[in-house]
Ligand binder design. Structure first.
Ligand code: AHR
Length: 324
């Protein structure tokens, strides 16, 4: 109990205690006593980022002494919907989830609302027009991430006349795939020399990135740049480029998003040229949010994760202390 109260105070930096949240507190249809039980539905285990995110969330809840019911949706929206329904049935106090895709959540989120159980979105957004269906969305601004990748590309290719870009997109319909594509296009829009000659999903996996890159290399002899929506797909692309007898980072430049250890190592080795960070360390903030909701407080509707970018030199410096 002491620990939970302590966490609520820490959380005051992030959240404001201004009255009762819809569905929060002990009258919420949740556990109904002091014990806080949270149901969390994770996307899957598609990438190094996701593994780090799961570890961080589970670790933060364990440290806080809060019961976390965890389910892995294995990349399927129907599994997430089933998990959310099961959490409603179990009358957990708060439901948190990272939506596989953006659309198609209104029905199940209305069921949670009717049951009086507050919902927190972590990492990814839903595209529902009704923002009363969730209490808070904690995670990155993926459009800014795409813009940061685009800003680097503008500088890197400042003297080029023509730049042929291939794009390895994340999971079709997922918020980071939609927004990273958008942000990147917005950033390069003013420069006609950039042409996105091929764009396909690699589903945020290393195997997917490799397979799609192999196909890109077969049909496009003059690729200047790979824009991969995450490190794992970029690492898969490196394998495909090397197998084709080319030098990644030199013959073909690569920019990715995430900054997980393997990606940072490839950047330090000169195989990736630039990484835009997307932080998976959401556990402590999520603990603050659910604790505040349970105590009857309200939380910020949008909490944006702080992130940076990495050049090769910065990756070499950051690698020894990289947590994930
Ligand atoms: O939603 C975050 C994205 O999902 C990460 O950038 C990617 O690696 C993961 O699969």
């Amino acid at each position: 109990m002491k620990k939970i109260l302590g966490l609520a105070l820490t959380g005051a930096l992030l959240v404001s205690m201004v009255g009762c949240a819809a569905g929060g507190g002990d009258e919420s249809g949740g556990g109904g006593d002091d014990e806080l039980i949270v149901g969390f539905s994770q996307v899957g285990a598609e990438s190094g980022w996701r593994t780090a995110n799961t570890k961080d969330i589970q670790g933060a809840f364990e440290e806080a002494g809060i019961e976390l019911k965890f389910s892995d949706a294995q990349g399927k929206q129907e599994n997430q919907i089933k998990a959310i329904r099961s959490y409603i049935q179990q009358q957990v106090d708060v439901i948190a989830f990272s939506p596989v895709v953006e659309s198609g959540w209104d029905t199940v989120l209305n069921e949670a609302k009717d049951a009086g159980i507050p919902v927190v979105l972590t990492d990814r957004a839903v595209d529902s027009e009704d923002d009363t269906l969730y209490e808070s969305f904690l995670g990155s601004d993926f459009i800014i991430e795409g813009e940061r990748a685009g800003a680097w590309v503008l500088e890197e290719f400042a003297d080029a006349d023509v730049v042929n870009v291939v794009e390895l997109q994340g999971t079709t319909g997922a918020a980071p795939a939609n927004d990273r594509a958008q942000g990147f296009r917005d950033a390069i829009a003013g420069e006609d020399k950039f042409e996105i000659i091929a764009s396909q999903t690699g589903d945020f996996t290393r195997a997917g990135g490799k397979q799609v890159m192999e196909a890109f290399l077969k049909s496009n002899p003059d690729i200047d740049l790979v824009y991969a929506h995450n490190d794992d797909m970029g690492l898969g692309a490196i394998e495909a480029i090397e197998a084709a007898g080319l030098v990644p980072g030199t013959d073909i430049k690569i920019v990715t998003v995430d900054a997980v250890k393997d990606g940072m190592q490839a950047l330090a080795d000169g195989k990736i040229n630039f990484i835009v960070e997307c932080s998976p360390l959401l556990g402590a903030q999520l603990v603050d949010i659910v604790t505040t909701l349970h105590d009857g407080g309200s939380v910020e509707k949008r909490i944006v994760t702080e992130e940076t970018t990495f050049t090769q030199e910065q990756a070499i410096e950051a690698l020894p202390d990289r947590q994930y």
